[in-house]
Design a binder for this molecule. Structure first.
Ligand code: ZN
Length: 198
């Protein structure tokens, strides 16, 4: 029998499931949370609860939002004829930070990875294809240049080709194996401006 409280163990278990947090750091975090001022811990706990309850996915582009349709999809100032396909919200935010792109996005929710058992059906591709039946000028495939990202881009290009929509892929500048969210803004801007038709 453990001499440590079962509730404490449960907290450590939950924390150790966070990305990049091992069992040891989970224990450290749990000790910190329990011994921190009550208001601070409660503020964190409430923020998690509120975020989980309120944040949903945009019914058009699948990005995180607190409303039915996100601010980008409902904006009058965006070019609704260009869609940039990204793997996740973090990549979308990286592009928004650059500030150059004025089209819409489509968040796939990951990339094809046979190793992790993620196939096309696990990604938000059906909704993308539905959007492409509207009047669209260009689809920018902005998945990462990892094997999974490239596989996904190739898969999507094949799927979209028969629709006769211009398909572009980010130019070199995004290093091979590089995650978009970790790339600096100038490199991202260069990759976007130098995108090539495929
Ligand atoms: Zn949206």
């Amino acid at each position: 029998m453990s001499f440590i409280s079962e509730d404490f163990e449960k907290l450590v278990d939950a924390l150790s499931k966070l990305p990049g947090v091992g069992r040891k750091s989970a224990g450290r975090l749990a000790f910190y949370l329990i011994n921190a001022p009550r208001e601070q811990t409660m503020e964190l706990s409430n923020a998690i609860k509120t975020a989980c309850n309120n944040i949903k996915h945009c019914s058009i582009c699948n990005m995180m939002t607190s409303s039915e349709v996100c601010d980008i999809c409902s904006s009058e100032n965006r070019n609704k004829k260009v869609i940039m396909v990204v793997e996740n919200d973090r990549d979308l935010m990286a592009y928004e930070k650059v500030g150059e792109y004025r089209g819409l996005y489509h968040v796939l929710g990951g990339a094809i990875s046979p190793l992790l058992g993620i196939g096309p059906n696990e990604l938000n591709i059906k909704q993308l294809m539905k959007r492409l039946t509207e009047d669209i000028d260009e689809v920018i495939l902005a998945t990462n240049s990892t094997i999974e990202g490239e596989t996904t881009a190739t898969y999507l290009a094949k799927l979209i080709k028969p629709l006769n929509i211009k398909i572009t892929r980010l130019a070199s500048g995004v290093p091979v194996g590089g995650d978009i969210e970790n790339i600096d803004e100038i490199t991202l801007l260069r990759a976007y401006k130098g995108r090539v038709e495929i």
